[in-house]
Write a new protein. Structure first.
Length: 325
């Protein structure tokens, strides 16, 4: 395993995930609490998804002392575990399926191969390495790199028709693995509320929440990419969780979600739910819609419990005292 200190780290998600934050990282960074630049802290991400924010934080903040990630999707969390603990076997396994796939010359035959592998992924007993290999293969060859499950938890995305997809990104897998090991990232699978047990009283803790987004209208489905629907009741439960951890000493958080009031000025769901926390807006391009005309820039909400109008102080003590009240 190559050493983190000698490797030119450029870690980024090894898997494409709906709502990935890669294009928003600069805007998210601008809204991070100032205290993170001055104090050691624990980083917790209860909806890790592809991990764009995770890998950004790990490269930006060497003062992170403990890292916990979580997701409700076991295929995803197992993939993080495999990348962390078995990068070489994963690369070897991906190279085998990549070679087999590229030996197929017609699109129709590649589609048949894809559908057979999708069926194996959904219906056969596989170990975590085999499952992750197929997950990454499907992710790189399915339509738009989308992960979506039906109500039975079966992956059901159609074939993507790409001529030369990158199935095995060897350097990226090793790079991500080095970083996950350098910080000894703890990987949990389950409901977001279980991350509350990771808060320690004497540690500065920062949560970043990127939950399934609330639909902008009745035809949207950004909360149904996995079998566990994240409806308004779940959004309310998450807001209660955020309010609860705000009452804990040394605990800060930032949360992303859809800007429903931009679509419908009367829809103040989040503005009411997260009053009186700070709410700002960032702008992202979304491209997962199958209809090209429905793709484009959208505003998103960024909500946090950092106090409003904070300015950088001259000493660490003043910065810390301004954040906890």
């Amino acid at each position: 395993m190559r050493n983190y200190k000698t490797l030119n780290i450029n870690a980024k998600p090894f898997i494409k995930w709906v709502g990935g934050k890669g294009q928003l990282l600069n805007q998210l960074e601008t809204n991070l609490p100032d205290v993170l630049y001055h104090e050691d802290f624990t980083y917790i991400e209860p909806f890790v998804g592809g991990g764009a924010m995770l890998f950004f934080m790990l490269q930006k903040f060497p003062n992170i002392k403990r890292v916990v990630i979580n997701d409700i999707n076991p295929n995803l969390t197992n993939a993080f575990l495999v990348v962390k603990e078995q990068p070489q076997p994963l690369v070897d396994s991906l190279k085998i399926i990549e070679k087999e796939y590229f030996s197929i010359k017609t699109e129709e035959a590649r589609k048949d191969f894809y559908l057979r592998k999708r069926d194996v992924f959904n219906n056969e007993e596989l170990d975590t390495l085999q499952k992750t290999t197929l997950l990454l293969f499907l992710n790189k060859t399915c339509f738009n790199g989308l992960y979506r499950e039906n109500s039975k938890g079966k992956f059901n995305v159609p074939f993507g028709k790409y001529s030369n997809p990158t199935i095995c990104n060897e350097e990226l897998i090793y790079t991500d693995s080095v970083l996950l090991n350098h910080y000894n990232v703890s990987i949990l699978c389950g409901d977001f509320e279980q991350t509350k047990t990771q808060i320690r009283n004497k540690e500065l803790t920062f949560f970043y929440f990127d939950p399934p987004y609330r639909p902008l209208n009745a035809t949207s489905s950004f909360n149904t990419y996995v079998k566990e629907a994240f409806d308004d009741e779940e959004q309310i439960r998450l807001a209660a969780f955020c309010k609860d951890i705000s009452n804990k000493k040394n605990c800060l958080w930032m949360l992303s979600n859809s800007d429903c009031s931009a679509k419908n000025p009367k829809d103040l769901f989040f503005e009411s739910l997260y009053h009186p926390f700070e709410i700002s807006r960032v702008y992202a391009s979304r491209s997962v819609n199958a209809i090209a005309s429905k793709r484009g820039k959208l505003s998103e909400l960024l909500i946090s419990n950092k106090p409003k109008n904070t300015q950088r102080k001259s000493s660490t003590e003043e910065i810390v005292s301004s954040y906890f009240f």
